[in-house]
Design a binder for this molecule. Structure first.
Ligand SMILES: [Ca+2]
Ligand SMILES: [Ca+2]
Length: 212
């Protein structure tokens, strides 16, 4: 009985850790979309592929394009579909663009980030507050903008972020290109399932000790 009480206390402590208190996490996992591009591996995320069935978010400052134009924009590696570009002079885009996700708050963002450059930056916004900033050189050092390297053309996932409702994309030199922008809320484990798992481990441990 003492052991069960202890187990319940441990579970209560674990279950009380809010996702927002966890350190943010970045990974480069991806799946392949029907159009052949790298996209989010998470089925619970909503994706804008800049081609069809778009979610209707609010974009300002950049432009949708496809293909490449030297010195202005370059398609993410092997991406023959439409994507979004920021600071591409021939398209008259701004140095900075914003995306707002319809008023909802999320803690996950993913994007197929093409030709990552040291001068590319993503800021996570909540209203007018900047809650996190990541540079290209942090994500894919040395972030030299190589247009065909898998190191500088990768799907990037930001998980368990502080809640955000928009992002600001900056590229002080051409350009910041991305496709398959995704947002979502990271699912949290169901406390009951966690409790059952811990109790199950305890029972299994007792059985193993009996045979030891
Ligand atoms: Ca696309
Ligand atoms: Ca680039």
């Amino acid at each position: 009985m003492k052991r069960l009480v202890l187990t319940l206390l441990v579970c209560a402590a674990l279950c009380s850790i809010a996702p927002s208190a966890m350190a943010d996490m970045i990974n480069f996992n991806s799946s392949t979309a029907a159009d052949g591009t790298l996209t989010t591996p998470y089925s619970w995320a909503t994706v804008d592929n800049f081609d069809s069935g778009r979610p209707g978010w609010t974009y300002n400052g950049g432009a949708i394009t496809s293909g490449s134009d030297a010195g202005n924009y370059a398609a993410p590696y092997l991406d023959i579909t439409q994507y979004y570009t920021v600071n591409s002079p021939s398209l008259k885009t701004d140095i900075t663009a914003t995306v707002f996700f319809g008023g909802a708050e999320y803690n996950y963002l993913g994007l197929y980030w093409g030709s990552v450059d040291a001068y590319n930056t993503i800021e996570f916004l909540n209203g007018t507050d900047v809650i996190a900033t990541y540079s290209g050189s942090y994500i894919a050092p040395p972030a030299n903008g190589d247009q065909s390297s898998s190191a500088t053309n990768r799907y990037v996932n930001f998980l368990n972020m502080q809640d955000f409702d928009g992002i600001r994309i900056t590229s002080t030199t051409p350009a910041f290109e991305f496709d398959n922008l995704a947002v979502g809320v990271v699912p949290v484990p169901v406390p009951g399932a966690v409790l059952l798992g811990i109790i199950g481990l305890g029972i299994a441990g007792r059985k193993l000790r009996k045979f030891a």
